[in-house]
Design a protein around this ligand. Structure first.
Ligand code: KPL
Length: 298
C-alpha cells in the first residue's frame, strides 16, 4: 500500500515528535497550523540523547484548499472540536482521524458530529516536552497503543504509522488502555495540580499518600461499574508505579496551571464523574478536586 499523507493537527511536544517520526519513516507529513500563519514550511527540531534532528515540514492552515485523508490530532483536549471544525471542509469522506489526546469523550463527540470520519484512538507514554515552538526534547521512549473498539486487526495505514516511533502497537482492547490512562490521570494530575508538587511527592508525603488512597478507592469503584474490573483491581499498584516512574515530572495539569492555561480537567475527572453519575455513584473526593481546579483563581 502506498504510504498515506498524514496531516498533524496540534504542533505541541507529542505532535512534533510524531510529525518528525512520520516524516523520517517515509510518510509525507504536513503540519496544520492556525489561521494567520503565513509560512509554507517550518523546521521541527527534536533533541534526544544529546542528538539534534531538524526536518522542514510543509504547513497548511484552515484557509488552504488541501484534501486531508489521514489526520493525527495531538491538540489539547479542549481544542479538538474547534480545531476540527476549522478544517472540516478539508477532510475527505472517510478521512482517517487518529486522536492522540488526553482524556476521554472526544471520539464519541467527533463520531456524532462528523459521521463520515473514520475515527481511531490512541494513547502514548512517550515523554516529550516543548523547549520552544516546534522545538522539543524527547525525554523518554515509551509505548503508543492505537485501536478502535471492536476492531481486532489493524487497518492498512497502521503499519506505516507505527514506524513513526520505536514502539507502537495495535490494541484491540483500546478502551481498556484509554480507561487505564484516564484512571491514573484522575489521581495524579488534579492532586499534583492543587498541591503544586512534582509527581514523586504523592508517595513521599503521608498526607498526599492518604489522598491518593482515597481517590484510588473512588476511581476503582467507578472503573468496576464501567466494566473495567481488571483495572480496578490493579489501580493502586499501577498508580504507584507511574508515580515512581515519573517522580521528577510536573504533571501536565500542574504545568497548565503554572502557565495560567486552561486545564483538561473536564475531559479527565469531568468524564470520570459523568460515568459515575450514569451508575449512581457518588465520588466526593474527585468532585471536590474538579471544583477546585475549575474554580481556581487565575
Ligand atoms: O500523563 C501524565 C500527565 O502529566 O499528564 C502523568 C502520567 C501523570 C505523568 O506526569
Amino acid at each position: 500500500m502506498q504510504k498515506p499523507h498524514w496531516h498533524v493537527l496540534g504542533a505541541g511536544a507529542i505532535g512534533c515528535l510524531f510529525a518528525q517520526g512520520l516524516h523520517r519513516s517515509g510518510s509525507t507529513t504536513t503540519l496544520v497550523m492556525r489561521r494567520g500563519v503565513t509560512v509554507r514550511s517550518l523546521p521541527v527540531v527534536v533533541e534526544h540523547d544529546g542528538q539534534r534532528c531538524e526536518q522542514h515540514l510543509p504547513v497548511i492552515t484552515p484557509d488552504d484548499t488541501a484534501e486531508i485523508s489521514h489526520l493525527l490530532i495531538t491538540t489539547k483536549a479542549y481544542d479538538v472540536h474547534s480545531a476540527v471544525s476549522g478544517i472540516a471542509k478539508l477532510l475527505s469522506d472517510n478521512c482517517v482521524v487518529l486522536l492522540l489526546v488526553n482524556g476521554l469523550g472526544l471520539a464519541e463527540k467527533l463520531r456524532a458530529d462528523y459521521p463520515h470520519l473514520d475515527v481511531f484512538c490512541g494513547t502514548t507514554t512517550e515523554g516529550a516536552y516543548q523547549l520552544s515552538a516546534q522545538h522539543i526534547q524527547h525525554a523518554g521512549r515509551g509505548e503508543t497503543r492505537v485501536g478502535r473498539a471492536g476492531q481486532d486487526t489493524p487497518p492498512a495505514w497502521f503499519e506505516g504509522f507505527a514506524r513513526a516511533t520505536d514502539a507502537c502497537v495495535w490494541d484491540s482492547d483500546i478502551d481498556s488502555a484509554l480507561w487505564s490512562k484516564l484512571a491514573v490521570n484522575c489521581i495524579i494530575n488534579p492532586l499534583t495540580a492543587v498541591s503544586g508538587c512534582r509527581n514523586g511527592e504523592l508517595a513521599r508525603s503521608s498526607e498526599l499518600s492518604a489522598q491518593v488512597e482515597a481517590l484510588c478507592s473512588e476511581v476503582a469503584d467507578i472503573s468496576r461499574a464501567a466494566g473495567f474490573d481488571n483495572i480496578a483491581e490493579k489501580l493502586r499498584p499501577a498508580v504507584s508505579a507511574v508515580i515512581a516512574g515519573t517522580a521528577d515530572n510536573r504533571s501536565s495539569m500542574l504545568q497548565d496551571i503554572e502557565r495560567g492555561r486552561q486545564t483538561e480537567i473536564d475531559y479527565i475527572t469531568g468524564y470520570l464523574l459523568k460515568i459515575a453519575e450514569q451508575h449512581g455513584i457518588q465520588a466526593p473526593k474527585n468532585r471536590s478536586l474538579l471544583e477546585r481546579i475549575r474554580n481556581r483563581a487565575p
